[in-house]
Design a binder for this molecule. Structure first.
Ligand code: HEC
Ligand code: HEC
Ligand code: HEC
Ligand code: HEC
Length: 195
């Protein structure tokens, strides 16, 4: 009991050391504030990622470390002993498969959700703060109550869902978003002192 409490305290200490304090501000990814995931001049990996890829935890299907975006997510979402930061750890050994080339008999994955031909975390989640869905899933599942609507995106023969009516969220094409703000240039006299 005491031992596990001490361990938890130690874990929290380590996480606080490595993760920007701002991270806890809003709890979820909003608190990461863009630069928590994208290191503008301090990139550690692809897509100027702020967190080093997890090279420790292995994909049970290949017995090799994960690659691509999955290794970036697991840089935070794994236990510290498995190369992550202990933030809601996702353990590959008891999870739905990721880092896999889909067997089309098991799953019919829309091309837009594959990365280098593989299902990665972002096949199911769009992690950007603009995603309003429960657990950053790509489909609105009404807080998890309508999960089969989400599963149907890739496993439509299994559920009782009209797949033609399922809307899928993606933040990855700026041409589809409308720019609401107008560029307003402030005259120098009106700008305040730099904070
Ligand atoms: C939780 C981590 C996380 C946060 C927070 C985050 N991003 Fe991302 N970002 C990603 C990941 C992962 C991808 C790749 C997604 C994919 O391939 O589907 C990405 C992709 C992008 C891309 C596209 C790169 C490309 O090559 O097309 C841009 C631009 C971007 N993010 C900007 C932002 C901005 C701006 C913010 C803040 C509003 C932000 N991100 C917050 C993880 C994050
Ligand atoms: C910089 C660290 C970091 C990275 C990288 C990161 N996350 Fe997160 N994630 C967090 C934090 C912090 C939370 C909120 C933890 C909490 O609520 O206790 C979170 C929460 C989540 C949640 C739960 C959201 C909810 O509403 O409960 C999901 C889902 C998630 N992340 C998916 C991802 C995916 C997928 C990736 C990779 C694309 C990713 N995260 C990358 C830090 C990260
Ligand atoms: C096949 C789809 C799928 C894939 C692939 C997937 N997830 Fe998830 N994830 C889900 C679903 C569905 C939930 C919500 C489960 C629930 O609430 O019952 C979830 C929940 C989560 C949560 C929140 C758990 C909690 O206790 O609140 C995190 C964090 C997360 N996923 C991160 C990841 C990361 C990181 C990856 C890749 C390493 C990943 N997911 C891959 C579907 C997926
Ligand atoms: C974005 C696509 C996608 C979504 C959404 C998705 N899956 Fe999958 N699912 C896959 C892929 C890819 C595989 C691996 C196929 C293979 O073995 O090659 C898979 C495999 C599975 C398996 C077999 C696992 C095994 O170890 O053999 C089950 C069960 C499953 N999914 C259930 C679900 C459930 C339940 C949901 C909804 C909560 C869901 N999936 C959502 C793509 C998806």
């Amino acid at each position: 009991m005491l031992k596990s409490m001490l361990l938890r305290l130690a874990v929290v200490g380590i996480v606080t050391l490595f993760v920007p304090a701002v991270l806890y501000a809003a709890g979820k990814h909003e608190g990461l504030n863009c630069t928590g995931c994208h290191g503008i001049h301090t990139a550690q990996g692809d897509i100027i990622f702020a967190v080093a890829p997890n090279k420790k935890v292995k994909n049970p299907r290949t017995n090799k470390p994960y690659t691509g975006i999955t290794s970036l997510c697991l840089g935070c979402h794994e236990t510290i002993e498995n190369g992550g930061m202990g933030i809601i750890p996702v353990s590959p050994s008891n999870s739905h498969p990721f880092g896999v080339k889909p067997d089309p008999k098991v799953a019919n994955v829309p091309k837009a959700f594959l990365r280098d031909g593989q299902l990665e975390c972002v096949g199911c989640h769009d992690p950007h703060p603009s995603n309003p869905n429960y657990k950053y899933l790509r489909v609105d599942t009404k807080g998890g109550a309508d999960m089969q609507k989400f599963c149907a995106v890739c496993h439509s023969s299994k559920g009782d869902v009209d797949i033609t009516k399922v809307e899928v969220f993606s933040s990855m094409d700026e041409r589809k978003a409308s720019r609401k703000s107008k560029l307003v240039e402030k005259p120098a006299a009106k700008t305040k002192k730099r904070k």
